[in-house]
Design a protein around this ligand. Structure first.
Ligand code: EPZ
Length: 417
């Protein structure tokens, strides 16, 4: 088990460069296997989620060439095998192989587990979309068999603007006969990144990033290149750390408009930051005002920053209210923040956070990726030493987090125990 150890109260000064978006690359890699030629993906983040997907490519006999930040995928000799639970349960996003294999082979057989730490995480909207396109789905225990004589265009209305379902249906529809409209589509920035790759491969997709996406099916998809967009959640996490400990901390290589809602919230709280093109400069703000945060679909406040911002709210002068509306179980960080001295009263998806509270170091546990990011943020401002167990969760989505924080003055290390 990996353990992160932090000595708190060191100001953060210098530059942190943001890497490629986890929630883009985990869809770009499966999408690439539909091409009849090589696909080159650049600005790939060095995160464990990516490695899990590459293991699935290996199983499918897909050739992968890797160099720093670059993956070249050649799926010409792909063998459409059953994807076992041992691989698919390493990350939820393995479900994108359903859309890609269905599009290319009209058949996919994969074990896919339910649930994870932040909720039941059903995939009913993905499956309903595939059925609308003409697929037949059978499920035995957690093994899915999805087949289609032919995939045809359809009008698909999503009951919820699901990121995964939007992307998976978009992928599956690229080679369907006819036109597909996805209505009430998710609008997260990553969706446009995937649509750009698919269009570079010869797909005909318009409207990505809006609530209606149109896909004109094509016969074949060819090789292409794509650059992964900067990770807006990684950027947001470091921005929050800068608001707490920054001394001219520069977060660079980000796209500010992808974090506009977070920046508006920070402005409301009186956080001291300066925006310049693709970077933001942060200085610790002492007199933080409380505010209310409600996580909703893009372009609203992102659920993935709900846990990190909770730490900032523990330092505000007053009571802040927090509502998580996307996931049913995303409060894994609360009991550990309270153990460190925070004053958070949480009831299901709602929390009342009273500040400012002085945090002190404790031995705690990361329950999921973004809860882990919140605990690192708390450890950075706590008095004394904080030990975070199950740190593997954090490495799934934050590339080189120890190196990046150490390079700007944090006293942080990771050990194997
Ligand atoms: C993506 O998950 C992200 N993961 C999540 O980030 C992020 O929290 C989420 O979008 C919302 O922004 C990746 O992109 C790999 P959803 P996804 O489908 O696609 C319900 C992180 O920390 N739902 O938008 O799985 C679901 O239960 C991760 O980086 C259905 O009911 O999210 C949830 O309540 C965590 N049926 C809500 O929709 C479905 O078929 C949001 O799900 C699909 C989803």
């Amino acid at each position: 088990m990996k353990r992160i150890i932090i000595e708190g109260n060191h100001t953060l000064s210098g530059k942190i460069k943001i890497g490629g978006a986890k929630n883009s690359v985990v869809a770009l890699i499966p999408a690439a296997i539909m091409a009849s030629g090589k696909v080159k993906i650049s600005n790939v983040p060095n995160i464990s989620d990516k490695d899990a997907l590459l293991e699935i490519l290996k199983l499918l006999n897909v050739t992968v060439k890797r160099s720093t930040g670059i993956i070249e995928i050649d799926a010409c000799n792909l063998e459409n095998k059953i994807i076992p639970e041992s691989l698919s349960n390493k990350l939820r996003a393995s479900y994108y192989f359903m859309g890609a294999l269905l599009a290319r082979f009209k058949r996919v057989e994969m074990y896919f587990p339910g649930g994870c730490n932040i909720g039941s995480r059903p995939i009913d909207l993905h499956l309903k979309g595939f059925e609308s396109l003409g697929a037949k789905i059978t499920k035995e225990n957690s093994k899915y068999l999805i087949v289609a004589d032919e995939l045809h265009g359809a009008d698909i209305f999503l009951d919820f603007a699901s990121v995964g379902a939007t992307i998976n249906i978009m992928i599956a529809a690229t080679m369907a006969k006819g036109t597909t409209h996805i209505m009430n589509a998710a609008r997260e920035a990553e969706i446009s990144n995937i649509a750009d790759l698919l269009n570079n491969m010869g797909a005909k997709i318009s409207g990505a990033g809006t609530e209606q996406i149109t896909i004109e099916g094509v016969e074949e998809l060819h090789g292409a290149e794509i650059k992964v967009i900067p990770d807006r959640i990684e950027a947001g996490t470091y921005i929050i750390m800068g608001a707490l400990l920054g001394d001219n901390l520069v977060i660079e290589g980000m796209i500010p408009e992808h974090n506009i809602v977070l920046l508006n919230k920070l402005q409301e709280m009186g956080v001291n930051f300066k925006l310049q093109n693709h970077k933001i400069i942060l200085n610790k703000t002492n007199n933080l005002k409380p505010t209310n945060v409600r996580t909703v679909v893009y372009p609203g406040f992102p659920t993935d920053l709900g846990q990190p911002i909770a730490v900032l709210l523990t330092q505000a002068n007053g009571i802040s209210l927090f509502d998580e509306t996307i996931w049913e179980n995303r409060m894994g960080h609360v009991k550990y923040l309270n153990k460190m001295g925070a004053n958070i009263v949480a009831e299901r998806q709602h929390a009342q956070i009273t500040g400012p509270t002085k945090l002190h170091g404790e031995e705690i546990t990361a329950t999921d990726l973004r809860a882990g990011a919140a605990l690192v943020t708390a450890g950075l401002i706590a008095d004394g030493i904080t030990i975070i167990n199950d740190a593997e969760h954090i490495l799934r989505g934050y590339e080189r987090i120890i190196a990046k924080l150490s390079s700007v003055g944090a006293n942080i290390k990771i050990v194997e125990v």
